[in-house]
Design a protein around this ligand. Structure first.
Ligand code: NAG
Ligand code: NAG
Ligand code: NAG
Length: 489
C-alpha cells in the first residue's frame, strides 16, 4: 500500500491533512466497520471492498502532528531532533523517521536549531572500516519494508519481512537530486545515533557517472557522456558530496564507487560504441573523485569490480589489473581501500558444483569466492597497494533459476544471502565484509517492452515479470528473496 515514502511524492498529500481518519492521507479510504487485519506505526488497517482502509484515528499518542500529513508518524516526547528541513524537526524511532511536535515537545529544546547533534573530532579509519562499528539502518528502507508488510497476509512471511528491518544496507546516491535529499539527512541521523566510542558506519553508493553503465539500458543515468554533463558531475555531485563529508567528519563512511563502470572499460570498449565514447569521462571522473574523497581520513572507498562472470576469466582479470591500477594512480594523493564485488548480482559465494569447463565457458572463477581470491593475487601483482574487498550478499543466497550466469535482471529463485558482517571468512583477511549493497525488493529494470529503459535481459525467461522500473519497489521479488533466504531469516 504505502509503497514508498519519498518526501517528494508527498507534497500532494499534505493538502489532505485534515482527513477524518489516518489512512486518507496515505491514499486509502476510512473503513466503515472496525475489523482490524493489520496494525503498523500508522494505525489499524482493515480491508473493505478488496481495498485497504483505515480504522479510526492514528495510533500515535497525540492529536496528530505535521509529519503525519507527509506519511510519517509523530515522535514520542523524548525524541531528539536529528534533522531539520522546511517541514520541521525530524527524529528517528524504531528505525523510521518521525516528526517532532512543533513548539510542544516536552520541555524545550524544540526548535529550529536543527538540533543538538554537531560533529565532533575528526575520526580516522585505520584498517577495516566495517570492524568494531555499528551499521546504520536506513530509515527509507525500513519504510519500504513496512509498506511491503502491509501487502502481506501470510504470518510467517510477515515475520521474515520484519527481520529485514534489523539489517543495514547501502544508500544509493543515484541522481543529483537524491544525493541532495539523502546524503546529509542520513549522515546526520547516523551521527545522532553515535554515542561515546561506538561509531556508526553509513555506506553510500556513488552512482551518477556521465554515460553511466554504457553497456546496459535499464540503469542509464541522468548525465550523458559529454563535456557539460561531465562538468556537472564534478560541480553539482562530487563537490557537494565532498563538502558534506567534510562537515560530518567524526563518523566512519564507506563509499562504493560507480557500479558497472570500470568493468565496462575492461570488457566493452571494443564492442560497444557507447563505452568507447564514455572512456575518457569515466577515467577523468574517477581521477577527480579519488583525489577529492580519497584524502578524507574518515572515508573508505571501494571501486566496483563487476562480478565473477564478468571479469573472472583469466584474460579479463589481467586487463582489469591495468585499468584499475591506472585509475587509482590517477587519483593520487587520494587512496582507495579496495573493491566491491557483485553489487546487485546473484552469483553465489561458493558453488562447488562449478569448475572451469564448458559449463562455465572456461571461466576459472565460477563463484565469487574464487573470483575474489584470484583478484587479490592479480591486483596485488599489478602493483595496487591497498587490496581489500567487500561482497554484496543481498541476493545471492540461493542459486537462481537462470541457465546462464550473465543473466542479471529480476532473476526468479532469488534468495537473500549472508547477513552484513565484518571479516566474514577466516583465512581471507583481505575480505573486509559481506554487506547488502543492493536493497532486496528494489527492481533491476522494467519488463515492459515499450518502456524507454527496457533492456532485453529483463524480458528473458528467468526474469521475473511483470517488473517495474529500476529502483521501484518489486513486491514479488522481495517476497521470493525472503522465502529463499540462506541462511534463513
Ligand atoms: C550534454 O547532454 C545534456 C543532456 O543530459 C544536454 O542538455 C547538453 O546540451 C549536452 N551538452 C553537450 C555539450 O552536448
Ligand atoms: C554481481 O553483480 C552483477 C551486476 O552488477 C550481476 O549481474 C551478477 O550476477 C552479480 N554476481 C553475483 C555473484 O551475484
Ligand atoms: C515468480 C515469477 O513471476 N516468475 C515468472 C518469471 O518469468 C517467467 C517467464 O516469464 C514466468 O513464467 C514466471 O512465472
Amino acid at each position: 500500500m504505502k509503497a514508498s515514502f519519498a518526501l517528494t511524492a508527498i507534497a500532494a498529500l499534505a493538502a489532505k491533512a485534515s482527513a477524518s481518519c489516518f489512512s486518507e492521507r496515505l491514499g486509502y479510504p476510512c473503513c466503515s466497520g472496525n475489523n482490524v487485519v493489520y496494525t503498523d506505526s500508522d494505525g489499524q488497517w482493515g480491508v473493505e471492498n478488496g481495498n485497504w482502509c483505515g480504522i479510526g484515528g492514528s495510533t500515535s499518542q497525540s492529536a496528530g502532528c505535521w509529519s503525519q500529513a507527509l506519511g510519517y508518524p509523530c515522535c514520542t516526547s523524548t525524541s531528539i531532533p536529528v534533522y531539520t528541513d522546511g517541514d520541521g524537526d525530524w527524529g528517528v524511532e524504531n528505525g523510521n523517521w518521525c516528526g517532532i511536535q512543533k513548539g510542544g515537545s516536552s520541555s524545550g529544546g524544540s526548535s529550529s536549531s536543527g538540533g543538538n547533534v554537531t560533529p565532533g573530532e575528526q575520526y580516522t579509519i585505520t584498517g577495516n572500516p566495517f570492524s568494531g562499528v555499528k551499521f546504520f539502518i536506513n530509515p527509507y528502507y525500513t519504510a519500504e519494508v513496512d509498506g511491503a508488510i502491509a501487502q502481506m497476509s501470510d504470518s510467517s512471511l510477515i515475520a521474515k519481512a520484519k527481520k529485514m528491518k534489523e539489517y543495514s544496507n547501502a544508500i544509493w546516491l543515484d541522481t543529483i537530486k537524491n544525493m541532495n535529499e539523502w546524503l546529509e539527512k542520513n549522515l546526520k541521523t547516523a551521527l545522532a545515533e553515535q554515542s561515546g566510542s561506538t561509531k556508526v558506519l553509513t555506506v553510500f553508493v556513488v552512482y551518477d557517472l556521465p554515460g553511466r553503465d554504457c553497456h546496459a539500458l535499464a540503469s542509464n543515468g541522468e548525465l550523458l557522456a559529454n563535456d557539460s554533463d561531465a562538468a556537472r558531475y564534478k560541480s553539482e555531485y562530487i563537490d557537494v558530496i565532498e563538502e558534506k563529508l567534510k562537515t560530518y567528519k567524526s563518523q566512519p563512511v564507506v563509499l562504493i564507487v560507480e557500479p558497472d563502470s570500470l568493468a565496462n572499460m575492461v570488457t566493452n570498449i571494443e564492442s560497444t560504441p557507447a563505452c568507447a565514447a564514455s572512456e575518457k569521462y569515466y577515467l577523468d571522473a574517477h581521477a577527480y573523485l579519488i583525489k577529492k574523497l580519497g584524502v578524507l581520513p574518515h572515508v573508505a572507498m571501494y571501486l566496483d569490480i563487476g562480478h565473477a562472470f564478468w571479469l573472472g576469466w583469466d584474460d579479463n582479470r589481467e586487463k582489469a589489473g591495468k585499468v584499475y591500477s591506472k585509475a587509482i594512480a590517477s587519483g593520487s594523493p587520494g587512496k582507495v581501500r579496495g573493491f566491491a564485488s557483485n553489487v546487485s548480482n546473484y552469483t553465489p559465494w561458493e558453488d562447488p558444483t562449478l569448475s572451469r569447463g564448458p559449463d562455465t565457458e572456461w571461466n576459472s572463477c565460477p563463484d565469487e569466492k574464487r573470483y575474489i581470491q584470484a583478484m587479490y593475487k592479480d591486483f596485488t601483482s599489478a602493483g595496487i597497494k591497498s587490496v581489500y574487498f567487500i561482497e554484496d550478499t543481498s541476493r545471492n543466497g540461493h542459486k537462481t533459476d537462470r541457465t546462464h550466469p550473465g543473466e542479471w535482471c529480476n532473476q526468479t529463485g532469488v534468495g537473500i544471502g549472508a547477513r552484513p558482517q565484518a571479516n566474514p571468512v577466516s583465512g581471507m583477511d583481505y575480505l573486509d565484509a559481506f554487506y547488502w549493497v543492493k536493497p532486496l525488493g528494489e527492481s533491476d529494470g522494467t519488463s515492459d517492452e515499450s518502456a524507454k529503459r527496457f533492456d532485453g535481459y529483463c524480458g528473458h525467461a528467468t526474469a521475473m515479470k511483470p517488473a517495474p522500473e529500476a529502483g521501484q519497489w518489486f513486491q514479488k521479488h522481495f517476497e521470493q528473496g525472503l522465502e529463499n533466504a540462506n541462511p534463513p531469516l
